[in-house]
Design a protein around this ligand. Sequence first.
Ligand code: CTP
Ligand code: MG
Length: 395
Amino acid sequence: MTSNAVPRVSVIVVAAGSGTRLGAEVPKAFVALGGSTLLERSLHAVAGMRERAQLIVVAPEPLVSEATALASAAFGGGATVVPGGETRQQSVARGLAAVADSVEVVLVHDAARALTPSALFDAVVDEVDARGHGVIPGLAVSDTIKRVGAAGDIHETVDRSVLSAVQTPQGFPRTDLVAAYAAATSEETDDAGLVTALGLDVSVIPGHELAFKVTTPADLRRAELVLLDESGTNDAPLPRIGIGTDTHGFDPSTELWLAGLHWPEEVGLAGHSDGDAVAHAITDALLSACGLGDIGSVFGTSDPRFVGAHGEVFLTETRRRVEEAGFRIGNVSVQIVGNRPRFSPRRAEAEVLLTSILGAPVSLTATTTDGLGFTGRGEGIAAVATALVFHSPSY
Ligand code: CTP
Ligand code: MG
């Protein structure tokens, strides 16, 4: 997992359209779909990418602060939000201007494709890396397509075997996309249109059924039905929750690692690994939610490979097992119980780190126990975690 400090990949989520064809009271990206807005769902997909990307959200000018709040909750902070333009192309151009210096690959994604799986983003990044040019997802066209005149007169049947209905995220080497936007003379409906107009290569890779765009009320209904299937309101399995707790005593001879962070000024915690009670509680909560055992049975309590291991090791492997078992993480919530360290100054940093490791929002709270018990006496730290997991859609 790469850190967000020097991102190599940037994802621009364009959400500044008004959604005329959907006809809702709010701009399309802010329309609710199963309790979350289309934008939030798209941001969760970006948060679930294997490689932590720079996130740039392009929002309608009046909703920039609302988009900022959604982005920080869904992505764990660190997102850039810029106001959009008159057309999609202008909105992408504004997002492109905010790409960090370190970025080599830029993905552009329609917020309206709210159910796009994180794996499609990963596949686009992988293919841009492998091919060194632009890559866009597309699906075969199933309808018979006619080329027609203004009066409805048919000119020809188009050979559909050579057609692809393209989706987003569309990914490009940064230099290609920047050059294409700098040279743009036409108004295109996708980014690949500008890049190919400049004579640069772009390939189509297999898209995903769930990357469809919510354009009309019927599309929104389709998306709602997909979620109903996932959430179990039909006959599909219910989401599952899990709980995990962990306790470690202070050990003045060690350094403190907590919530994946190093705390240089603080007394450490005793334990076989680094004693990171937060990471261990999350691990148990996730394993338990999926019925995969617990940290002891999965990682062993004396395995020499895990001596001094940091939380990231456990969490990365746990996420892999969760996904391998056919689940995806909904969210994780953790409470730290103890007198020290004072957690709030580093809460955001820890949330960003853990969210990026798990690919799902992690929220952290901390409390003391009014001087009572071992935590109140300052003997150690406890952490309690709950996790929600969903069955991954099977298509
Ligand atoms: N978009 C944008 N800025 C614009 C227009 C569109 O950021 N000026 C974004 C939309 O928010 C959407 C994506 O581009 O996520 C694809 O556009 P589309 O589906 O056409 O959305 P809208 O333009 O909002 O819808 P409509 O065309 O029905 O008004
Ligand atoms: Mg539009």
